[in-house]
Write a protein that binds this ligand. Structure first.
Ligand code: DX5
Ligand code: ZN
Length: 241
């Protein structure tokens, strides 16, 4: 990695993000983009003010949908200097974590429901220089992640059942976000994923989320900059950038 390739620039952006504590991060999900134009779509998201690019990887087994593998992540890594927030919805994350890290994942999440012990995989991700993230599906009690909070850089709370973009936001999940926020203090990164848009973003922020995944609410709109601005307006009205 040379000092100025997209991967190096993405890591610098990630460091800036970690240091800017009072910000809400917007992470458009490439799942709702035009897959024939992923390079242009990711550049457009960066120009529109995205902080991260969320990449949904599904194996047709942990969830009923099949989407993106490491080779697409590798191509995205060359196409954008946004940090890649890779969300594995796969049954055997331990087997594939290295392939996604090799491909250029900057943050790598996998589901607590998929493994018996998340600890070794979280440690592996950290040892390789990426941010380890544990994801929790809507029906899973939040105490399943409690033993691992000192090993993660972020928790991803699903606000839809994993598998597809464009589903309705599950407000009933928000008490899990609130309890994590109370437990972890103001700086910890808590990502919400699923059904986030102009109508639901406030509830998610109120509960304590500070990283917003948005698929259809950004890539489903023609004007991505306007879509991201609309999400940011909600964050600014709550007193954060
Ligand atoms: C769902 C994925 C989400 C999804 C979000 O399994 O993890 O990231 O792409 O899409 P929207 O924002 O349309 O619900
Ligand atoms: Zn996702």
């Amino acid at each position: 990695m040379s000092a100025d390739d997209p991967s190096a620039r993405a890591r610098r952006r990630l460091d800036e993000i970690r240091n800017a504590r009072d910000r809400v991060l917007v992470a458009p999900s490439i799942l709702s983009a035009d897959f024939a134009r992923l390079g242009e779509e990711s550049s457009e998201a960066a120009a529109a003010g995205a902080d991260l690019l969320h990449v949904d990887c599904m194996d047709g087994h942990f969830v009923p949908n099949l989407t993106i593998g490491p080779c697409v992540v590798q191509s995205l890594r060359r196409a954008t200097d946004l940090p890649l927030d890779v969300h594995l919805m796969i049954s055997d994350p331990g087997r594939y974590a290295d392939a996604f890290l090799d491909a250029g994942a900057d943050l790598l999440s996998f589901h607590v429901e998929a493994v018996r012990d998340p600890g070794p995989i979280l440690e592996r991700i950290r040892a390789r220089g990426a941010v380890p993230v544990l994801a929790v599906s809507p029906d899973t009690p939040i105490d399943r992640v409690h033993d691992h909070l000192d090993q993660v850089g972020m928790i991803l709370v699903m606000t839809v059942h994993p598998g597809f973009a464009g589903q309705s936001f599950m407000e009933e999940v928000l008490p899990k976000v609130r309890s994590l926020r109370d437990r972890l203090g103001p700086d910890f990164l808590i990502e919400v994923d699923g059904g986030i848009g102009p109508k639901t973003v406030r509830a998610a922020l109120d509960a304590g989320a500070n990283v917003l995944v948005a698929g259809s609410a950004v890539f489903g709109k023609r004007d991505r900059a306007a879509a991201i601005r609309e999400l940011r307006t909600a964050t600014i009205s709550q007193g954060v950038k």
